[in-house]
Design a protein around this ligand. Structure first.
Ligand code: NDP
Length: 338
């Protein structure tokens, strides 16, 4: 068994030294447990939070413990009658080649329905986040203008397309001309703005004002930083912000140049904005509604979905660090085994 453990907590931006590859025996499944060999590992921004000891909505990964992560695996041995050898399952096995979990913590996958690894992306946690954000938090309506940051990422790419399907005008913000071109030509954004091309929040605000002359009704917030600075002054009265993530600030960088809180607070008041933070764990009861709606749209091509695959568990730290900096183009995955 090979696993990537948390070797030390990062100070600011994480580095490869924060991780360590460990080898050991394949674990035995206990009572009610299932042993799986891991095929796919999902890399997600929330893992940056788990590396810190700070209090958050979930407990940190302990030093020396296997990094947390969602996986797709194939059952090797099972002490739960609901799972048999050879079944495909998804669960939080972590950054590892072999893992053991209780049957209750698993969901069985049907490889005939969709590619297995979709369970970690478009038909899994990130997809549900996009769906809940657009439908339950923003309550985006036909004709409204919606801004999506990290517009081509795992969450953003789906959020943007779901808003488009609702008949919204959809403005993306992404890093670089390649991502922006993809957003407009493949994902159906009306326009996508490159945040690297905007020097500061004011420049971002000017570009958003140009793209949304009628103002912004809904903002799907994934990044914070100068993108948020640019969106805020463009929000319409009665606008909504789904506060999903603030990746620009996860490692404590770029904090000083953010819009001062009094100005943010006053904008919320004057424009009667509804700003709602949400953590997807609270919304898993929506999973069946989400799959019923999104799976057919993926199958018939209405929704496009792009993956960024790294081969080999040992390369997971590098791929994770790159994703935090925008190096990924689509849902970040590690192919652990065939
Ligand atoms: P992505 O696939 O979108 O990858 C992260 C992207 O963030 C990068 O590709 C990059 O895109 C963008 N980014 C990184 N740094 C910056 C920066 N300084 N300024 C602007 N953009 C930046 O990841 P996910 O789709 O998995 O996650 C997107 C967001 O959603 C994250 O904030 C994540 O924490 C959050 N999330 C929240 C959940 C919840 O329950 N609330 C659940 C799942 C995700 P680009 O190159 O385009 O800038």
């Amino acid at each position: 068994r090979r696993s990537i453990v948390l070797a030390e907590r990062p100070a600011g931006h994480p580095t490869e030294d924060n991780f360590r590859l460990e080898k050991g025996p394949v674990p035995e499944p206990g009572e009610g447990e299932v042993l799986a060999r891991i095929l796919w590992l999902s890399l997600d921004p929330y893992m940056r939070g788990r590396m810190d000891a700070a209090k958050s909505y979930a407990a940190p990964v302990e030093l020396g413990a296997v990094m947390e992560g969602g996986c797709v695996g194939q059952v090797l041995a099972s002490n739960d009658p609901r799972y048999a050898q050879g079944d495909y399952v998804t669960g939080q096995f972590g950054w590892t080649s072999h893992g053991v979990l209780k049957g209750d913590a698993l969901r069985k996958l049907d490889p005939a329905k969709a590619p297995l690894q979709y369970a970690l992306g478009a038909l899994g946690m990130p997809g549900l986040t996009a769906w809940v954000g657009i439908n339950r938090i923003l309550e985006a309506k036909t004709g409204e203008t919606v801004v999506i940051s990290a517009a081509t990422g795992a969450v953003g790419s789906l959020a943007g397309q779901l808003a488009r399907e609702k008949g919204c005008r959809v403005i993306g913000v992404a890093g670089g001309p390649k991502k922006c071109a993809h957003a407009e030509s493949e994902l159906g954004y009306d326009v996508c703005l490159d945040h690297h091309a905007a020097a500061d929040g004011q420049a971002m605000a000017d570009r958003i004002a140009e793209a949304a002359p009628g103002g912004v009704d809904c903002y799907f917030e994934n990044v914070g930083g100068k993108t948020l600075d640019g969106v805020l002054p463009n929000m319409n009265v009665g606008g909504r912000i789904a506060l999903c993530g603030v990746i620009a600030w996860y490692s404590g960088a770029n904090l000083d140049d953010a819009t001062p809180l009094p100005k943010v607070w006053r904008t919320i008041l004057v424009n009667r904005l509804r700003v709602q933070g949400f953590i997807i764990f609270d919304h898993f009861d929506q999973f069946p509604h989400f799959v019923d709606e999104v799976a057919p749209m993926l199958a018939d091509g209405r929704l496009r979905y792009r993956e960024d695959v790294t081969e080999g568990l040992e390369n997971a730290p590098k791929a994770f660090l790159s994703m935090l900096e925008g190096g990924n183009f689509g849902k970040t995955l590690v192919k652990v085994a065939d």
